[in-house]
Design a protein around this ligand. Structure first.
Ligand SMILES: [Cu+2]
Length: 114
């Protein structure tokens, strides 16, 4: 009985680890110059997402997604983890909130897939 339990536990652990591999919702968006190197990211709806935004520049940027109320400053050479759970499928614009940057093209699209 105990052995059966251990085997079951092992099996579940193996499954769990597999589910936690790359592609588990951790995505990296890099900011460099007046653009996001990664201009489009895809995530599934209804699951927690971690977006790591890395500012590779020597000056400050920001990371904003209005629909998810994410407004984060991105100091030079710093990173920020945006953690949220998108409920509704759709296309959401992310942008740099520093004055003039979005207008200069510093925008991207978060695609939430059903
Ligand atoms: Cu910027």
């Amino acid at each position: 009985m105990r052995r059966w339990f251990s085997l079951t536990l092992l099996f579940c652990l193996a499954l769990g680890l597999a589910a936690c591999g790359p592609g588990d919702g951790s995505l990296v968006i890099k900011a460099n110059g007046l653009s996001f190197v990664t201009a489009e990211v895809h995530v599934p709806a209804g699951q927690p997402v971690t977006l790591r935004v890395v500012n590779q520049d020597g000056y400050a940027h920001a990371f904003d997604i209005d629909e998810f109320d994410i407004h984060a400053p991105l100091p030079a050479n710093a990173a920020f983890d945006a953690v949220f759970t998108p409920a509704e499928p759709g296309r959401y614009r992310f942008y740099c909130g520093s004055p003039g940057h979005a207008a200069a093209g510093m925008t991207g699209v978060l695609v939430v897939e059903p």
